[in-house]
Write a new protein. Structure first.
Length: 391
């Protein structure tokens, strides 16, 4: 056992000692070596490109906005608005909108014309139409307003309320110019443009071939896709009849008989006029411009001159120009007043009035007493929307 113990101690004493640590002689000599090499000097070309990129980002901030987000949209979706597309305000020339109505685009084009400007009327028309439609994404609105090609604010206000709708704002100048040129020198020179504008619009905006014209003070509860699908046969115009206004309420029967005996114009009926016939309601029209007679405006002007119509708002010439020239739509498309809840529930088209409006039939300063049913338009325009559009 002792022998083994001595052998173990002997082997321990003969182990090799660990080598001493190597000392950096350079540190002792006083010179310090850097751990990281200095950065290389950038080339001038890269400095120039970097400065130019910064300037590009700065000037990019001055470009006009191309998108906006609806403040109440939970998804905060960016919605484009571009003057050259279907979502922007267009000039008075031929529309170059992205969605053209060539009869195969599948869109339901709704047109409205305002001599005055109250965006609340257009908002109620748009909202009621969209809510009643089975396919609201296929409805395309074309609103003709005063100074439409300059009034971008009106478009932005409507687009805030309807961010995902197809909406287009047009000016009226070119349409008015065509009408003014046609009626110059006639007794009709002082009349309202709204009577004949729906029939002139297709000649200016040729992309609108088949469309629905709706007066701005209309609340639409019917499905416009059903109306646009109506077959007009050989007619260019479809309208519901207004039997509360007969033909003899617009023109004297004896005068009309005398004109028929003496005149030989293609637009004068060859058969005797039915004096107590119902007249077309011009508040809602279905128009196919490809079938529109080229001498329709001539007929309208001729009747205006013969009847010596120089009073604004009198549409006898339109009524006579359309005599036996339009397809009689179903009575369900007749315009009714909002007088009772039962009538409101059983009708497709409702005429209403917004009190104290510049477009009100009572005048902007009047506040007529309206029944509860007379305020039906408020169901389609929230107080916040009313405040936005009225400001």
């Amino acid at each position: 056992m002792s022998s083994s113990y001595q052998s173990s101690r002997s082997s321990a004493t003969h182990r090799r000692a660990a080598p001493p640590p190597i000392v950096n002689n350079t540190a002792s000599s006083g010179s310090v070596q850097q751990d990281v090499d200095p950065a290389p000097t950038p080339r001038p070309i890269f400095q120039f490109l970097g400065f130019g990129f910064i300037l590009f980002l700065v000037f990019l901030q001055f470009l006009p906005a191309t998108h906006f987000r609806h403040p109440s949209d939970p998804l905060r979706t960016w919605t484009p608005f571009d003057d050259s597309t279907a979502f922007g305000a267009t000039s008075d020339g031929n529309s170059s909108s992205a969605a053209k109505n060539n009869g195969e685009d599948g869109m339901v084009h709704v047109v409205s014309w305002m001599d005055c400007l109250d965006l609340r009327l257009l908002a109620v028309l748009a909202n009621s139409t969209l809510l009643s439609s089975r396919y609201p994404h296929l409805v395309f609105f074309h609103f003709f307003i005063p100074k439409g090609n300059e009034d971008k604010v009106s478009f932005f206000k409507l687009k805030v309320l309807f961010p995902h709708s197809n909406l287009e704002i047009h000016g009226q100048e070119e349409v008015k110019e065509i009408i003014a040129t046609a009626i110059s020198g006639t007794q009709f020179a002082g009349s309202s443009f709204v009577e004949v504008a729906p029939f002139i619009i297709p000649s200016v905006h040729q992309s609108l071939t088949k469309f629905i014209y709706i007066s701005p003070n209309i609340l639409m509860k019917g499905k416009v896709e059903d109306l646009i699908g109506t077959a007009l046969s050989n007619y260019a115009i479809g309208a519901a009849e207004d039997c509360s206004r007969k033909l003899d309420m617009f023109v004297n029967s004896n005068v009309l008989d005398a004109i028929q005996r003496s005149a030989s114009k293609p637009w004068v009926s060859e058969t005797p006029y039915v004096k107590n016939t119902c007249t077309p309601d011009l508040s809602v029209l279905l128009i196919d411009s490809t079938k529109l007679d080229g001498d329709f405006v001539d007929a309208f002007l001729w009747w205006s001159k013969v009847l010596n119509l120089n009073e604004s708002g009198k549409n006898s010439a339109i009524v006579l120009a359309l005599y036996n020239k339009y397809l009689k739509l179903s009575n369900s498309w007749s315009v009714t007043l909002a007088t009772s809840s039962e009538m409101i529930n059983n009708t497709r088209v409702i005429r209403y009035d917004i009190p104290n409006s510049v477009c009100s039939q009572f005048g902007s300063g009047a506040t007529p007493q309206m029944s509860g049913n007379g305020n039906i338009w408020k169901h389609y325009l929230s107080p916040m929307s009313d405040q936005i559009l009225g400001s």
